[in-house]
Design a protein around this ligand. Sequence first.
Ligand code: FAD
Length: 135
Amino acid sequence: MQTRLKQVIYVSEKTDAPSNILTDIYDISQKNNSESGISGCLLIGSSSYLQLLEGPESAVENLYSKIKVDSRHKKVKKVFEQHIEEKLFSTWSMKFATFNNVEWGNKDFDAGNFQNINSANAMKVFQTIKEIINR
Ligand code: FAD
């Protein structure tokens, strides 16, 4: 039976963790995600993270359950999930993007505070990142 692919987007709040946490998260993401067939993008905002995870359903759910209890961030909230036929970021184990480097018109994101983002806007953010990268 073919493995179903799933996409999950969550938002979380940054904590006062040391600045090197992103290097640690980047390193473990590259290793784990490529092993489990996960790809995606982590958007680093001023006060929050917005991450899209995609890959085999069980791998995505397993990773999300680990991320949810990771003390390096808090208030982890799923904003969107769907089954997909194709990945959006198939070539990236995990793309890290800072909010300031992303050019988009929607100013509702309050300089990278995504806490109140809705599912449609969350998906739009990642589609915009993908378009920018493909230019
Ligand atoms: P482990 O051996 O359990 O841990 C790997 C390393 O991370 C170790 O060096 C350990 O010391 C350190 N670590 C683990 N948990 C913590 C913690 N709570 N506080 C401080 N250090 C810790 N993981 C991925 O695999 N892919 C992702 O895309 C991904 N994205 C993340 C995005 C965010 C915003 C955050 C906060 C975490 C993310 N993580 C991601 C990390 C994830 O939460 C788990 O820590 C990781 O998946 C555990 O991997 P492991 O079981 O293989 O390794």
